[in-house]
Design a protein around this ligand. Structure first.
Ligand SMILES: [Fe+2]
Length: 202
């Protein structure tokens, strides 16, 4: 997973106040809590296990929620650009191949963004080698073996300070300002992973 840019991009659609609150109170906080849960799991013990309630069960459940949150938020902050770059020919051609046209990809991602309660994700299917748009209502939900290329956080905490209830405006501005250099790099990584998996399976 690519590392986060260290500063909010100049000309970002997200104000510095909204960005820092989201980055600190959610992404960094969830990173910290994930480390805490991993430490607690080492001491939790497995002698008392129960599908209704046990400390071990609760910690393992929350581990999923936090781990996915960290991955999705990391990708989100990297996906925020300022309209200064474009998809690589490889990514553009793959979007056209898998969605019919650039416009059809944009439209599906836009509709997912305003239909989801949590996340819209453009991902690379590591089993099939194609791109897919995913809708995830919350962190502990998603498609396995999908490598996230760009993610859009549509929880209200991500945009309400800047956009109020205007999720359509937020989504439109996001799509016009994706950091495609990050997405291009992600596609290259995912393609390499797919190639390795294919070589092992054939
Ligand atoms: Fe968030």
């Amino acid at each position: 997973m690519s590392k986060r840019k260290q500063i909010r991009p100049e000309g970002s659609i997200i104000s510095s106040e909204q960005y820092e609150h989201h980055f600190t109170s959610y992404y960094k906080s969830h990173q910290h809590k994930l480390r805490e849960i991993k430490a607690r799991l080492l001491k939790a013990g497995t002698s008392y296990s129960d599908s209704i309630f046990s400390l071990f069960r609760v910690l393992k459940r929350e581990e999923v929620w936090l781990r996915n949150s960290v991955i999705l938020h990391s990708t989100y902050f990297n996906s925020l650009g300022n309209g200064n770059n474009k998809p690589s020919p490889q990514l553009f051609n793959m979007l056209v191949r898998d969605f019919g046209s650039w416009e059809e990809w944009v439209e599906e991602f836009r509709v997912i963004s305003i239909s989801s309660r949590g996340w819209a994700v453009l991902g690379f299917d590591l089993l099939e080698g194609n791109l897919i748009n995913c809708l995830c209502d919350e962190h502990a939900e998603g498609h396995w073996m999908i490598y996230p290329i760009i993610t859009l956080d549509v929880f209200e905490h991500a945009y309400q300070q800047d956009y109020g209830s205007d999720i359509k405006g937020y989504t439109k501005d996001f799509l016009n300002n994706v950091d495609w250099s990050f997405a291009n790099s992600g596609l290259e990584t995912a393609q390499e992973m797919y190639n390795v998996l294919q070589a092992k399976n054939n």
